[in-house]
Design a protein around this ligand. Structure first.
Ligand code: CA
Length: 292
C-alpha cells in the first residue's frame, strides 16, 4: 500500500471522539514507512484538522464528504462548492419544515439557534414509542453534533447566506423517521445534488461531483499512486464511494452489514482500534513497537 484513506466518526475516533494512542501510533508508523495517509470525513476541514492535531497527526484531509482536499501543510488542493441558489432553496425548505440543519462553509458550520430545541422535542416524542430503544444512541449523536469545532449559531439564514465563501455541505437531521424521509424525498429530485448519509437520522447534500470516492481518486492521481495500492477504511453509507474505488477496502467491525458486504476485509470496531489492526494486518505496516 502507498496511500491509506481513513474515515473519522465510527472509524478512527473512539468512544470519546478522540484518536487513540494505538491508532495514532499505527498511522505514524505507516507514514514513517513511506505510506501517505488521508483522513476522509464528513466533518468540516477546520474541525478535522483540530482533531488530528490533538493526536499529533498531520495528514492530508478530505473534508465535507469529499467537497474539499487539503494538503498536509493546510493548502487547499481541490474544492467543489454547491451552487448558492441551491443552498438558498434548500435552507428555506429546511426552515419552513422545522429541521435541524448545518451549512458548512470555509469558515464555519452554521446552524439555527432553534435546532437544539427541535431535536430535543423529537427525542421527547420518541418516549413511549417503539423508537424509544434508539434514544441513547440519538442523545450521543446530538452530543457529537454539538461538539463540533467551528459551530456558528444564527437566528435567520440571511445572516450568513450572502457571505463570499465556499458552501460545501448541508446536513439535515431529524429523529422522526417520517420527517427524515420527507427531507430525503424533497431533495432526491434535485439532480444537481449528491445526497449521502452518515447516520440513520441524517442526510448530507453536496455538489453532485463531490464524494469521498471522487476526492480520493483525485488525490491518488495527484500523488501518482495507482488505486490498487490504496486502502480505504470506513463504516457508513457516505464511505461507500471510496470503499468501492479501491482494491483494499476495509469495513469497521461496527459498520452496518451493507458496508461489510462490499468490503474485502472487516476489521475490529472503532473502540477496539480497528484502524490500527487494519494498518498492521491489511496494509502490512510493520509494527516496530511490538519488537523489543
Ligand atoms: Ca463514519
Amino acid at each position: 500500500m502507498k496511500l491509506i484513506a481513513i474515515d473519522l466518526d465510527g472509524t478512527l475516533l473512539g468512544e470519546k471522539r478522540q484518536i487513540s494512542e494505538e491508532n495514532s501510533s499505527a498511522i505514524r508508523q505507516a507514514e514513517e514507512q513511506g505510506i501517505e495517509v488521508v483522513i476522509a470525513t464528513g466533518r468540516a476541514y477546520f474541525d478535522a484538522r483540530s482533531i488530528c492535531e490533538k493526536a499529533g497527526l498531520n495528514p492530508y484531509i478530505i473534508s465535507y464528504t469529499g467537497a474539499t482536499i487539503h494538503s498536509k501543510q493546510g493548502r487547499s488542493i481541490y474544492s467543489m462548492p454547491m451552487d448558492k441558489r441551491d443552498v438558498k432553496q434548500i435552507v428555506r425548505w429546511l426552515d419552513e419544515n422545522r429541521f435541524y440543519y448545518e451549512v458548512s462553509t470555509d469558515t464555519g458550520i452554521y446552524t439555527p439557534v432553534v435546532g437544539k430545541e427541535i431535536l430535543q422535542l423529537e427525542l421527547y416524542e420518541l418516549k413511549g414509542t417503539p423508537g424509544e430503544t434508539k434514544l441513547v444512541g440519538l442523545e450521543k449523536l446530538m452530543k457529537v453534533m454539538y461538539g463540533q469545532f467551528g459551530m456558528v449559531f444564527f437566528n435567520k439564514y440571511e445572516e450568513f447566506i450572502n457571505k463570499d465563501e465556499g458552501f460545501y455541505k448541508i446536513l439535515g437531521c431529524s429523529f422522526n423517521e417520517l420527517k427524515h424521509q420527507s427531507g430525503m424525498d424533497q431533495f432526491s429530485s434535485m439532480k444537481q445534488l449528491g445526497m449521502v448519509s452518515s447516520a440513520d437520522s441524517n442526510f448530507e447534500l453536496l455538489n453532485q461531483q463531490a464524494s469521498k470516492g471522487n476526492a480520493l481518486k483525485l488525490l491518488a492521481a495527484q500523488l501518482r499512486i495507482p488505486l490498487d495500492q490504496v486502502m480505504a477504511i470506513g463504516d457508513s453509507p457516505n464511505d461507500i464511494s471510496m470503499l468501492e474505488s479501491v482494491k483494499c477496502s476495509v469495513a469497521m467491525g461496527n459498520a452496518k452489514e451493507e458496508i461489510k458486504g462490499i468490503c474485502k476485509f472487516v476489521t475490529h470496531t472503532n473502540i477496539n482500534n480497528g484502524v490500527a489492526f487494519a494498518i498492521y494486518n491489511y496494509a502490512r505496516v510493520h509494527n516496530k513497537k511490538t519488537q523489543p
